[in-house]
Ligand binder design. Structure first.
Ligand code: ARG
Length: 412
């Protein structure tokens, strides 16, 4: 039996030892043109091809010595425990709202009588109204309004972007609070896995943020630049208040984080998280989408010496200088994506050219389709490992979004 390893992420680029992924499944087949916007998709992927592409991605990681864990297997394992199953189903009834319906008891009974594997599938792919059978007079009006909303439990097509619901920082975890209800069950699932998985359970895991907090923060905005510096995007998905809360929690607990660089990016769908425009490639190399360079603002948050947990906020004039200062480097190289052409850069950014996943210092996984950006990285001495992403990209995310690092080898 495989067991979940302890968390250890002290950089963006240290050798990736283990990662949490989710292989896209039936939840993607529940996307319809009507639900695309609400479920944060722009198009409907072809599931079969998408799974092939995802398997190739996982194989690439394994071939580089990374252990791959999957959401559904971990979830199935913890659901073998009846008390966990009950607790989760109860919480689900509140979170999804089915607990308020006349059908509540029938749905509860249906869920509790499923095997761990079948319940896992429902937790991820959702529960369609037609899947529950009961006497007609036990139906509520919402049952008949099926066209409006055909699910008792909505599908989670974004779960394959495992980066967003959680972020391992040091030896602890931030269980994030998602901006939209379309994704908040993802964080609930992660929280149960984190709490109940046996290997983690035997050891105290510090939790830096919790999914019950109202202020949103998502993992695509959280970059662990070094053991002591975190970058957090202030974006359409992560609020300034949430960033302050996370920073305060890190500063006042026993984490090794001493500085948070807040990078404010335009609040737009195309750049929903910092990692859609800016990622780290090597100890001193980054890539950025040049189209936002003039629109970003950088602030440094540090623990104020006067009072533990209170923040000292300093505006920084320049991203490059802020990175050098925070990482104690004489210089850093920030490689523009798109190979110097504005249109190419914008097109490739939409297809996640800047969403690179470092698997060791100076080696990154990217989509093959972003040829100009990949060439620029190579010209600057970065090893680029390409994967196919024709279908995967349709959810608007790349290799970094599709992975949640659990362990990385520490840099010396
Ligand atoms: N880390 C990321 N950039 N994740 C991308 C998530 C894309 C997803 N469709 C969403 O809108 O939420």
């Amino acid at each position: 039996m495989t067991t979940l390893p302890f968390y250890n992420v002290n950089s963006e680029v240290g050798k990736l030892e283990s990662v949490l992924l989710h292989r896209p499944g039936k939840e993607l087949e529940r996307l319809t043109p009507q639900s695309l916007e609400e479920l944060l998709f722009d198009d409907i992927p072809w599931l079969g091809r998408m799974q092939e592409e995802h398997d190739m991605f996982a194989d690439v990681l394994r071939s580089r010595g990374c252990q791959v864990f999957y959401y559904d297997r971990l979830l199935e394992k913890i659901l073998e425990d009846e008390s966990v199953k009950k607790e989760m189903v109860e919480e689900l009834s509140v979170l999804t709202g089915f607990g308020r319906l006349k059908e509540k008891d029938a749905i509860l009974e249906h869920l509790l009588s499923r095997t761990p594997a079948a319940l896992t599938e429902i937790l991820i792919a959702g529960l369609h109204k037609s899947e529950i059978s009961y006497k007609e007079d036990h139906r509520s009006l919402s049952y008949y309004i099926a066209d409006e909303y055909p699910f008792y439990i909505n599908p989670l097509p974004n779960l394959y972007f495992t980066r967003d619901p959680g972020a391992v920082i040091g030896n602890g975890i931030s269980i994030n609070s998602m901006k939209t209800s379309a994704r908040n069950r993802e964080t609930m699932i992660l929280s149960y896995i984190n709490r109940h998985h046996e290997k983690i359970n035997c050891h105290e895991v510090p939790q830096w943020y919790g999914y019950h907090q109202n202020e949103p923060i998502e993992g695509g905005d959280i970059l662990v630049l070094s053991k002591s510096v975190l970058a957090i995007g202030c974006s359409a998905r992560s609020s300034a208040v949430a960033i302050e809360k996370l920073a305060e929690n890190l500063f006042k607990s026993n984490s090794s984080i001493e500085e948070v660089l807040v990078i404010q990016i335009p609040f737009k769908r195309a750049y929903m998280h910092l990692d859609t425009v800016f990622t780290m490639l090597d100890r001193d190399k980054f890539t950025i989408f040049p189209g936002i360079e003039n629109d970003i603002k950088v602030f440094s948050l540090k623990n104020s010496l006067k009072k533990a947990g209170s923040l000292k906020i300093t505006a920084r004039t320049d991203l490059n200088k802020a990175l050098c200062k925070a990482l104690k480097l004489n210089q850093v190289l920030i490689i523009p994506s798109g190979g110097g052409d504005k249109i190419t850069a914008a097109r490739e950014q939409w297809n996640d050219s800047t969403n690179t996943l470092a698997i060791s210092p100076g080696t990154v996984v990217t989509y093959r389709r972003n040829t100009a950006s990949n060439d620029s990285l190579r010209e600057n001495g970065v090893e680029v490992v390409e994967i196919e992403g024709s279908e995967l990209v349709r959810g608007r995310g790349g290799p970094r979004c599709m992975s949640m690092p659990l362990r990385r080898t520490d840099l010396d």
